[in-house]
Design a protein around this ligand. Structure first.
Ligand code: SF4
Length: 231
């Protein structure tokens, strides 16, 4: 009985911390300084990834090149164990040339911090590297033409876990007619990498008052934390 109570208290504390991180007014438990999930430095992929990103910046392989201000290759730790992959750049990302820097990006950063990582510890990218007009969903052929960049990033970074944010990114790894509610919350193995689908941060923002969705995202991230030694 006592163990059960301890476990429940622990789970509640973690959820409160997550809700605090993402803007709810609850108890906050500070991050620990340890980083057991981090890899030692020294992998040789850095130059290759930077060269790949140069190619992305010059790429005109699909019509999305016509409307972009900047291509957005992605950013973060080139030796990351954890990658977050979204659908494509939005307005703020297009202007700055960086992934997830708008409101959804700020929420993603809070989620990352709630997971006991810093944004710089992980790598963040999108399926398509240029902003679709009016933030529409990327067309299948656009995603297909852009996919070699993402596949190469994954090959070079070799993450242990990929978190897919939303349906487009999830479909890239786990093509399915099912919606996110069914797909999220469980790991899929893709080329030896654990893939965890969860809701896109913009979906959380659109459903700001819905704590059930936040709770589901936090449950998904706890599973990722467990795999990466953060729990
Ligand atoms: S979206 Fe991808 S394939 Fe299309 S122009 Fe941009 S970088 Fe090239």
């Amino acid at each position: 009985m006592a163990k059960k109570v301890d476990r429940l208290v622990g789970e509640l504390e973690e959820q409160f911390r997550f809700l605090k991180e993402i803007g709810a007014d609850f108890i906050f438990a500070p991050k620990t300084g340890d980083k057991p999930g981090c890899r030692p430095p020294g992998r040789p992929a850095r130059e290759e990834i930077l060269a790949l990103h140069e190619k992305v910046l010059r790429c005109k392989k699909c019509p999305l090149a016509l409307g972009r201000t900047h291509a957005v290759p992605g950013e973060g730790n080139l030796e990351a164990e954890l990658m977050f992959i979204g659908e494509g750049p939005g307005h703020d990302e297009d202007v700055q040339g960086r992934p997830f820097v708008g409101r959804a990006g700020q929420l993603l950063t809070k989620i990352i911090q709630a997971m006991k990582f810093e944004r710089e510890d992980v790598f963040i990218a999108n399926v398509v590297k240029c902003r679709p007009p009016e933030n529409r969903t990327p067309h299948r052929d656009e995603a297909a033409r852009c996919s070699p960049f993402l596949l190469e990033q994954i090959r070079l970074i070799q993450p242990k876990v990929i978190v897919t944010l939303g349906k487009v990114a999830t479909d890239f790894f786990v093509p399915s007619a099912s919606g996110m509610t069914n797909l999220r919350g469980q790991f899929y193995v893709w080329n030896g990498i654990q893939v965890m689908p969860t809701f896109h941060p913009s979906y959380l923002i659109r459903n700001e008052g819905n704590r059930q969705i936040r709770k589901m995202v936090w449950e998904d991230m706890q599973k990722v934390m467990a795999v990466l030694g953060k729990k």
